[in-house]
Design a protein around this ligand. Structure first.
Ligand code: T4K
Length: 409
């Protein structure tokens, strides 16, 4: 049975949640195992630099993903930078704008110009035809992003890459534990990058990885993550400190041991949202492909029909935040509308109509294993009440600050 509508904080009631309900609250599923590992690490006095936990986690992830190499690093952003350096990328790289800013920032930080390309409305990932059109004389690679764990059309992008003699990489920050065509994400393209940030389905506090079958890329990234040291006093490349500490790998090993249970709990949360929001007019929840495996970590809503729902995405986020439900406008605005890209090309949005459209309508709800069924029901009661009382809410928001917050451009 649907939970009842409720009085709304945006209209003067007390907030539904006394404490903030976050989108990315991390779990600690293997807590006891983690603490044991930390004790052993402290006794061993080996805290970083290719310690035994890092080595073990690399082996286990490579086996799970089905690739020859997993190289662990300090974050997903560092992984992208190190991969760009190892692959000797320069010039321009094609990326989506509908992603977290780190995808583009990592390239820019490495002196590479990200060229933003539109998405398709099915996957919300790089559109292969648009990608081919965006290729120019300075293009050196294509970097797709499996947004919200939904894989890119790897075959179509692979054809574009091959036809144009370009390497294809993927930012798989959201997609650990997902499959595409039955094959594990992490094994596509020349290499893929994971983020193991605390807010991810599988996390190591902070961390990231590059997974690849290419011996040259793996060897170069190993070298570059440790300042370029080949031997004790032998620095053979312009490296940096991108190492993952042992305490992070200990967290990773402990979380990996519980990953299936985490995924099952994520799935229960997602399915509760799907059930509770099924009949709300104008709203769509991004569903997952029943034929594949997923990490079920994201519950992303789209205000697909503002008139039917009664409110736009930004107004809905304000309703939720007033209740202490810290929903996020992922990913809005598109990266093209953030600095330094916005100043460089203020009209980029005109070439990215589908990105602008999706970015203006989507929001991430608190999801995953840390969110209970009861919390989902309460969040959904707020959403339903927001729709039912949308005229009053619009008036209240206009009275608070006119005009209503602008939609993403
Ligand atoms: N590529 C893509 C496609 C990515 O999405 C990301 C990162 C990257 C690359 C780069 O990977 P990393 O270098 O980060 O490894 C968050 C995460 O920080 C970021 O990792 C993630 N994507 C992005 C989608 O979300 P913010 O700034 O939007 O949110 P943040 O970090 O403030 O956390 C979100 C919510 O989680 C907050 O409301 C509070 C809660 N939270 C967060 C942390 C860290 C907790 O409850 N506990 C915590 O420990 O970026």
């Amino acid at each position: 049975m649907r939970s009842r509508e409720r009085p709304l904080a945006i209209l003067g009631a007390a907030p539904a949640f006394a404490e903030p309900l976050h989108v990315g609250r991390p779990g600690v599923p293997g807590r006891a195992a983690f603490l044991e590992r930390v004790e052993a690490m402290l006794a061993r006095r080996w805290f970083t630099n290719d310690g035994p936990y890092v080595v073990e986690l690399e082996e286990r992830i490579a086996r799970k993903v089905g690739v020859k190499h997993c190289v662990l690093v300090s974050s997903g952003t560092t992984a992208l930078c190190l991969l760009a350096s190892a692959a000797r990328l320069e010039g321009e790289v094609i990326v989506p704008s509908f992603t977290f800013v780190a995808t583009a920032h990592a390239l820019e930080w490495m002196g590479i110009v990200p060229v933003f390309c539109d998405i398709d409305l099915e996957t919300w990932n790089l559109d292969a035809a648009a990608c081919e059109e965006a290729i120019g004389p300075r293009t050196r690679a294509i970097l797709g992003v499996h947004v919200f764990g939904r894989p890119c059309d790897t075959a179509a992008l692979g054809e574009v890459a091959e036809r144009n003699g370009l390497p294809l990489f993927f930012d798989a920050a959201h997609a650990f534990g997902c499959t595409h065509g039955g094959r594990e994400v992490g094994s596509f393209g020349a290499a893929e990058v994971f983020s193991f940030h605390a807010t991810k389905a599988f996390h190591t506090f902070e961390g990231g990885a590059v997974t690849t079958n290419r011996d040259d890329l793996a060897a170069a990234i190993r070298l570059l993550r440790n300042f370029g040291f080949r031997g004790l006093d032998d620095v053979s490349a312009l490296g940096i400190n991108g190492k993952m500490p042992e305490v992070c790998a200990a967290m990773g090993l402990s979380n990996l041991g519980e990953f299936e249970a985490t995924v099952a709990a994520n799935r229960a949360t997602f399915e509760a949202y799907r059930e509770e929001l099924a009949e709300v007019p104008g709203l769509e929840i991004r569903d997952y492909d029943a034929a594949e495996r997923h990490n079920w970590h994201y519950a992303v809503l789209q205000v697909a029909d503002e008139e039917a729902f009664g409110l736009g995405r930004d107004a809905l986020v304000r309703v939720l935040v007033a209740e202490n439900v810290l929903a996020r406008r992922y990913f809005s605005p598109g990266v093209h509308a953030m600095e330094p890209y916005r100043t460089r090309d203020p009209s980029a949005g005109n070439r990215l109509p589908r990105t602008v459209r999706v970015a203006a309508r989507s929001l991430g709800l608190p999801a995953g294993a840390e969110v209970s069924r009861d919390q989902v029901e309460r969040v959904c009661a707020i959403v339903r009440s927001a729709s039912a009382r949308s005229p009053e809410i619009r008036d209240a928001l206009l009275a608070q600050d006119s005009p209503l917050p602008a939609e993403a451009g």
